[in-house]
Design a protein. Structure first.
Length: 95
């Protein structure tokens, strides 16, 4: 998968700032959450990111969750092969 444009910005955000929900990424990048989810779905199907019910590492939230479906938290895949491939793609795109 060739990563360009907004998908590259989403991947770069996850690499640099760590796991986040689509809503958090949308606020950081000033893109709609729906657009972020489309990019995350594409990155996930290419095995560059994974989705979890809570952050796979880092501090846990102690705040009670509201109603509705729990937000997915996305993180860069822990596979060294995919991470280094993603990093090399982003180095070419985000200069």
């Amino acid at each position: 998968m060739k990563i360009t444009g907004a998908a590259a910005r989403v991947a770069r955000r996850l690499l640099e700032a760590g796991p986040a929900s689509a809503s958090q990424i949308a606020v950081d990048l000033q893109i709609t959450p729906a657009a972020i989810r489309r990019h995350l779905d594409a990155l996930e199907s290419a095995n560059y990111v994974t989705a979890h019910q809570e952050a796979p590492f880092g501090p846990r939230s102690n705040t009670p969750r509201g109603r509705g479906r729990p937000a997915k938290v996305y993180a860069v895949t822990r596979s060294e092969e995919h991470t280094s491939e993603l990093q090399s793609h982003l180095n070419l795109v985000c200069r």
